[in-house]
Design a binder for this molecule. Structure first.
Ligand SMILES: [Zn+2]
Length: 164
């Protein structure tokens, strides 16, 4: 999922505003996609998108964000950043959420890395970028999350829901 990398963190933030750093959550949710750089630098679409490096690197493993969590916390704490634990946890949740959302494409993700190099998931969506963008199923589900995110945030901003 693509737009959901922003809308699902927004929904989470809308529901639990007192326990989440929105910026860290969004940064964490975007972090796994840095492994698309080799594909972009080659400036061509791989012949078989399923075998490309993107979404198959350590950046797309929950393990990476669990290992990173204490280091992010200690670094922020060292510089006496306020709410350093909330920021570190939000960042890791963002990264792990990104990967869990993407388990629903036909590639799957390395959920159990480093214990297994197998890709796990439930193939609901296509993996290929253009096929994904032009799928009606994609439009419906991404659109639904967008509407839910707008509704949750609107309720909060209108003061009808304070959040947990
Ligand atoms: Zn991704």
């Amino acid at each position: 999922m693509m737009i959901a990398h922003a809308t699902i963190p927004l929904i989470l933030y809308g529901l639990f505003p007192n326990h989440i750093s929105l910026l860290a959550l969004l940064l964490g949710s975007g972090a796994p996609n840095f492994d698309v750089l080799p594909t972009l630098l080659r400036k061509k679409t791989p012949k078989n998108a399923l075998t490309e490096f993107h979404a198959a690197s350590v950046l797309h493993t929950p393990f990476f964000y669990l290992i990173l969590l204490p280091f992010v916390y200690l670094l922020l704490d060292y510089f006496t950043v306020a709410s350093s634990l909330t920021i570190a946890i939000s960042f890791s949740i963002g990264g792990i959420l990104h990967i869990l959302m993407e388990c629903f494409d036909e590639k799957g993700r390395l959920l159990l890395y480093p214990f297994s190099k197998k890709f796990y998931g439930i193939p609901v969506f296509p993996y290929d970028f253009w096929t994904y963008l032009t799928s009606k199923k994609t439009l419906a589900i991404e659109g639904l999350f967008f509407v839910i995110a707008c509704a949750v945030l609107a309720l909060r901003w209108a003061g009808l829901y304070a959040g947990f």
